[in-house]
Design a protein around this ligand. Structure first.
Ligand SMILES: [Zn+2]
Ligand SMILES: [Zn+2]
Length: 344
């Protein structure tokens, strides 16, 4: 049943330059499936690669790891998946034998990588992946929504780590895709106040649509301190989630917490050395933790996906051959972008 499949595979060759290679897609390995990609979303990490600034991805590199599609062929040991299934994929690759993996903590694997870093980017017509990383999409989810399960899983991981409780006040710094999804989930976890701060009025509108109770635009003269004080009777919030990756927002994540509050850092810091008000840890007994990727969060993301308007976050769509334009659009600050989806 293996017809000859030819796939275009998008790459970043050097800073700001993309191309496509053409590759023959073989029949799947015994434990793998071949997927015909229907929707593939751009992620912030793809932009770091496009700018040649990703610390662990040398160029040229294939890109794309947020995607959905149809299974076209399954390997001979694969059970429970059949051609025609609509699916999405957890794109990380863990070693399976390190201490973290053996404890089921594969998100902390010593050798953690991603399929796109191994040459199998999802800005392509077809991709082969291990069946164990494949999740079936419910009929109610579109391919576009299916492509956004990966960033939703990142947000699920962050809000689970933040341990948000009913009635709490939560401050989300940054309304990019992850910040927006974190805000949406925090509201659904029972937070009474979900305050979102960002410099884009467009993104803050989206934050309110998704469940934010208050939004703050410092660029338009709003005071974040005042908004937090008003929402919490001057005490500070129970939880903050830093979803930007800058010194200014890292400090806000600490200073706008109430005593004994918990800050969760999700943002990727292009400049990883920042100066923080460290005495806050002592005299307010606040806690700071990080959150990276996902670990057993895909099934939860799939269950929550129907409650969040994921398709509404898709602001731009391009055919696969529009990859260069899509990346340039994502970097163009005059465009109101949240999620950009390519459709092979
Ligand atoms: Zn991503
Ligand atoms: Zn491992």
């Amino acid at each position: 049943m293996s017809d000859l499949r030819v796939s275009r595979v998008g790459r970043v060759v050097s800073e700001g330059v993309t191309d496509f290679i053409t590759r023959q897609v073989p029949s799947p390995a015994d434990d793998s499936v071949v997927i015909r990609i229907k929707a593939s979303a751009l992620c912030g990490s793809d932009l770091h690669i496009f700018k040649a600034k990703h610390p662990s991805v040398p160029l040229p590199a294939t890109i794309g790891h947020e995607f959905s599609g149809d299974i076209v062929e399954v390997g001979k040991h694969v059970r429970g998946l059949t051609p025609g299934d609509r699916v999405t994929v957890e794109p990380c690759v863990a070693c399976g034998v390190c201490e973290a993996c053996l404890h089921g903590e594969y998100g902390s694997c010593d050798q953690l990588s991603f399929i796109y870093r191994k040459g199998d980017g999802a800005m392509a017509d077809y991709i082969m992946v291990k069946a164990s990383s494949v999740y079936r999409l419910p009929d109610s989810l579109s391919y576009e929504a299916g492509a956004l399960i990966e960033p939703l899983a990142v947000a699920v991981h962050a809000v689970r780590r933040a341990d948000i409780r009913i009635g709490e006040s939560v401050l989300v710094l940054g309304a990019g895709a992850i910040g927006l999804l974190v805000a949406a989930l925090a509201k659904r976890m029972g937070a009474a106040e979900v305050i979102v701060s960002d410099y884009s009025a467009f993104r803050l509108d989206m934050a309110r649509t998704l469940g934010a109770t208050r939004t703050v635009n410092p660029g338009a003269g709003d005071s974040l301190e005042d908004a937090v004080a008003a929402a919490t009777a001057g005490k500070g919030v129970d939880k903050t989630l830093e979803c930007v990756g800058r010194e200014e927002t890292m400090i806000q994540a600490m200073t706008l917490l109430k005593k004994k509050g918990l800050a969760t850092v999700v943002g990727i810091f292009e400049n990883p050395q920042v100066t923080i008000p460290v005495m806050r840890l002592v005299n307010h007994e606040i806690r700071i933790q990080g959150s990276q990727g996902y670990c057993w969060d895909f099934p939860i993301a799939l269950k929550m996906a129907g409650e969040i308007d994921l398709e509404g976050m898709v602001t731009h769509r391009f055919p696969l051959e529009g990859l260069q334009q899509a990346l340039e659009t994502a970097l163009d600050r005059t465009q109101n972008t949240i999620k950009i989806v390519l459709k092979p």
